[in-house]
Design a protein. Structure first.
Lengths: 317, 365, 275
């Protein structure tokens, strides 16, 4: 799980851009100078982000192997989205991964945050540091660590054998068996995201004023009611952020797939980003890869927008 | 020559007109206070001189030079902000020196000026400290110092005292005025506090909703308010107002309302025609508990709504049966309690009459 | 809630210790694994200390595995990319925060767009663009791409930081006669030092951890993560050696994280939490 700067603000990008009262033209102010300050960043950004985006759209209409001249095929690459099982399975896989990367960490994180918030914890800074490590350390490194965890003679199998559950170990290894490969990647994701969710929700719960809980208790609410009436609404903003971050992040999963499974066994753990890479770098399906990239972007847009919309409407303020 | 002149200045923010046809001439070395409630346009007027806003129409001149299009740095003015706006990462010395450095002044000159100003304001020992290590009063002085050290054509002060506690405020008030007299720089001072305005200003400009209501020295503004707004704004506790019907009979003027009838003294008679409805104003210090034979106008009877004991004096809020309100001034030992009925009178020669429709003062004979 | 029993307190500490332990376990695991004797078929079980502490695994990984080269790439790229990215973000953020110029809103929205555009959407055409520029497999490819990827966030971040400065501070500077350049560097940058530090730390982390770009654009000049992936692929069965490589790659970012914890947390939580 990388410290994706992009993901961090995607959740806010959908919302307000926050403006303060803009002054009109002020006396004696050099009007053009703003452009000068923005130019370096913008030129670089346009050259390597905006222009390629347009190029990508263009490329997506071609069949190209990267060497010989490309052939115009119109929307054929996009139609593959409906016809090519490989592409579909990639998206099915990320959907499944979202259970581990998004749903479970959120639920667990929220639950534990509520439990832990009741007592003041000393040395929270230290625990925070530990809990953040999975997210901060390079993905490739943590993925390598988990190849060891899943290794034939690694700790997971050793522990299972020790408690007599050795017969559960799949013959091809956790990452090599069709049934367990994807969940194995999922558990890696859960491990990575969980700490962040816990800390985020813990901070969020601390911010909820105690008076709200007291009011609820006076109204006769039990613990469960309290959660739904006070805690959950109070965590609305954090929830929105984590949802967007984790969902978008999962859509772009790549590093760990490359290290843990290479998309295998077979195509059991392919994901869209991996498919794009393979088609660009290995199978010479450049136009298709470009199209897939564009589609992924559109999906990210839609999802961000949808999540923000739903969450903000729920707020009803 | 450093006069500051507003010439028919108008300022609009989109739909809102903050300043309307504002004209004012401030003489060289004068200390003029712009006073009024929030939204009166006083701060806008100040910022227009500074060049922090651009005006919509009119001209502003600083020392005979039209500054409309000039950047703040070229207008030769200095400003003291309400929140002081000290540069947090610089020492006091650097804060004071900054403006001079930007103008490429030689280092010895900067040093001389900074030390001279620090001495004037008694902040010499603070020169190496950073703003966060200073008290509110000290920060305020540094803010003043930053303006002084520039030796500009005009000082602009935007409510510099409002972040100080009451006692410090009174003390600093005097210091600022004293400083200004020493240095002799034209000063435009903005405040919402009419006490500040009256005690500090050579002249006071009372503003309301973007319009200049009256300009004059403190005494004039107090004793001869131009309209109801100025009369009610200046002076504390404020003037009591009552809307009454006026009737001229046999050369004398009678005011009546809801069973209350007052005969207007010669001294208060307006020179020209009297409209049918007038607003009568009288200051608390001229509204006293009834004494027979004292020549007061009245008696007026009313119910005590509240009593304000100030130690040296007492103010009583009274309402008549006709629901006219008055603030009565009394000695601190007056035996008056809330809910009681009192009788009071108005000193002759102390009434202010205003046209009920235009709210302008009716000039005395 | 105020009067918690001893058992509750103990349980809470138990919980958080458990969670932290789980979070850290795989990392501690490979640290220990790296000290096992190198060679195939020596998979550490994860519950026992190594029989001997084979520190020279690290030397082997560094030299034979080529990590010295990988590190050089990562360090060079980060050393250029981080200052460049932060500088451009400061300049751009400053303009958006304090200046009014025609089309500024449009340009700003374009940058915001960049926050949502995933790398996958532009990676394909970028590959051929970079190749056409003759920059394939060079440091510049990574530097330019990473900077252009970071400035969108950086500008957003710095703009917010500069906008939190009181308006009167800027006005005082204008009256004092400071030019925009001086105002930026003498007043706003010192004011926003914490935000700039946080941005620098986050940008460094993003650069160091970048894998996808390195994989696509470099072959001989791999960055540390890409190098590790390759190394891991070459020595799959030699867990100890691969672990050593992993620890080597993890070390710089770990050290940076420990030193700048506060900035990391602030950057990741404020960016997420605060409105």
């Amino acid at each position: 799980m990388d410290v994706s700067s992009r993901g961090r603000l995607v959740s806010r990008a959908g919302g307000a851009v926050g403006s303060r009262r803009r002054p009109e033209r002020l006396p004696g102010e050099a009007r053009r100078i703003g452009y000068l300050y923005v130019a370096p960043a913008f030129i670089l950004y346009a050259a390597f982000n905006l222009v390629p985006l347009a190029q990508g759209v263009n490329l997506s209409f071609y069949n190209w192997d990267g060497v010989t001249p490309g052939i115009w095929v119109g929307l054929a690459n996009y139609q593959e989205f409906f016809t090519d099982p490989a592409i579909r399975s990639g998206y099915v896989h990320v959907l499944q991964l979202m259970v581990f990367y998004s749903f479970l960490p959120i639920v667990l994180g929220m639950f534990l945050a509520v439990v832990l918030s009741r007592i003041r914890i000393h040395g929270l800074t230290f625990f925070r540091m530990l809990l953040f490590l999975p997210l901060v350390i390079t993905d490739v490194v943590t993925a390598v660590a988990w190849t060891w965890v899943y290794d034939v003679d690694g700790p997971l199998n050793t522990a299972l054998k020790a408690v007599g559950l050795g017969h559960f170990i799949p013959s091809q290894g956790w990452l090599g068996s069709f049934n367990t490969a994807l969940p194995a990647v999922g558990v890696f994701g859960l491990w990575g995201q969980f700490g962040f969710c816990l800390i985020l929700f813990l901070a969020g719960v601390m911010k909820i004023p105690a008076s709200l809980y007291e009011a609820a208790r006076v109204d006769g609410a039990n613990a469960i009611r309290e959660f739904f009436a006070v805690t959950l609404p109070g965590l609305r903003y954090e929830l929105q952020v984590v949802l967007v971050l984790s969902v978008i992040g999962t859509l772009g999963t790549f590093d760990e797939i490359y290290v843990l499974t290479y998309g295998g066994p077979g195509t059991a753990t392919t994901v869209p980003a991996y498919i794009i890479w393979r088609r660009l770098a290995q199978t010479g399906q450049v136009g298709s890869a470009a199209a897939l990239g564009i589609v992924l972007m559109l999906i990210v847009f839609v999802v961000t927008f949808a999540i923000n919309r739903v969450m903000e409407r729920g707020a009803g303020e | 020559m450093a006069r500051v002149v507003y010439d028919n200045v108008t300022k609009r923010f989109g739909e809102v007109t903050a300043l309307r046809d504002f004209s004012l001439e401030i003489e060289d070395g004068e200390f003029v206070v712009l006073v009024g409630p929030s939204g009166s346009g006083k701060t806008t007027a100040l910022r227009l001189i500074a060049g922090l806003e651009a005006l919509t129409a009119g001209e502003i001149r600083v020392g005979e030079r039209v500054v409309n299009r000039l950047a703040p740095r070229d207008r030769d003015i200095a400003m003291v902000f309400q929140d002081y706006a000290l540069y947090p990462q610089m020492t006091v010395y650097q804060n004071l020196a900054f403006g001079l450095k930007m103008r490429k002044m030689p280092r010895e000159e900067i040093d001389r000026r900074v030390h001279h100003t620090a001495e004037m304001l008694d902040i010499g020992e603070l020169l190496q400290r950073k703003p966060r290590a200073l008290s509110g009063g000290q920060r305020q002085r540094v803010a003043l110092g930053r303006a002084l050290v520039r030796e500009p054509k005009a000082f602009l002060m935007d409510e510099p005292l409002s972040n100080l506690d009451a006692k410090l405020r009174v003390q600093t008030r005097g210091e600022i005025k004293h400083l200004q007299e020493q240095v002799g720089t034209t000063t435009v001072y903005v405040t919402h506090d009419q006490v500040e305005a009256m005690t500090m200003g050579d002249r006071v400009a009372v503003m309301s909703e973007g319009v200049l209501e009256q300009i004059g020295d403190p005494r004039t503004v107090y004793e001869r308010p131009a309209n109801v707004f100025v009369a009610g704004f200046i002076g504390s506790p404020s003037m009591s107002f009552s809307t009454m019907n006026a009737e001229r009979r046999n050369g004398s003027l009678t005011l009546s309302r809801e069973g209350l009838t007052l005969k207007v003294d010669e001294r208060d008679m307006p020179a020209s025609g009297v409209p049918h409805e007038v607003i009568v104003g009288v200051r608390p210090e001229h509204t006293v508990l009834w004494r027979d034979g004292a020549g007061l106008i009245g008696p007026i009877e009313g119910r005590v709504g509240y009593v304000e004991m100030l130690g040296r004096e007492m103010f009583i809020g009274v309402s008549t049966p006709g629901d006219l309100r008055f603030t009565v001034h009394a000695a601190p030992d007056a035996a008056v309690r809330t809910g009681e009925t009192v009788r009071f009178g108005l000193e002759p020669g102390s009434l202010y009459l205003f046209d009920a429709e235009t709210e302008r003062a009716l000039t005395r004979a | 809630m105020n009067t918690a029993s001893r058992a509750q307190v103990a349980f809470n500490y138990f919980l958080i210790i458990l969670c932290s332990a789980v979070a850290v376990y795989p990392l501690v695991g490979i640290l220990l694994a790296s000290l096992y004797p190198s060679g195939a078929g020596n998979a550490p079980s994860g519950f026992a200390l190594p029989p001997t502490f084979e520190w020279h695994n690290y030397v082997t990984a560094w030299q034979q595995g080529g990590f010295s080269g990988y590190f050089r790439t990562s360090v060079i790229v980060a050393a250029v990319m981080v200052p460049a990215s932060v500088l451009l973000s400061i300049l751009g953020g400053f303009a958006f925060a304090t200046m009014q110029f025609r089309g500024s809103k449009v340009i700003f929205y374009l940058f915001i767009l960049g926050l949502i555009i995933p790398t996958e959407a532009t990676i394909v055409p970028l590959y051929y663009d970079v190749r056409a520029m003759g920059l394939l497999d060079t440091y510049w490819a990574l530097i330019l791409l990473e900077v252009s990827g970071e400035v969108a966030f950086g500008i957003f971040w710095m703009r917010a930081a500069f906008m939190s400065a009181p308006r009167s501070l800027l006005e005082a500077a204008r009256i004092d006669g400071a030019s925009s350049w001086k105002t930026l560097w003498r007043i706003l940058v010192p004011f926003a030092r914490p935000a700039i530090l946080t941005l620098t730390v986050l940008t460094f982390a993003d650069s160091w951890n970048e894998f996808f770009l390195a994989l696509v654009f470099t072959v001989n000049h791999l960055t540390a993560p890409a190098g590790l992936a390759s190394f891991s692929g070459r020595y799959t069965t030699n867990i100890a050696l691969v672990s050593a490589g992993a620890v080597i790659v993890a070390l710089p970012i770990l050290v940076v994280f420990i030193i700048f914890q506060r900035e990391f947390l602030r950057g990741m939580l404020t960016g997420a939490v605060k409105g």
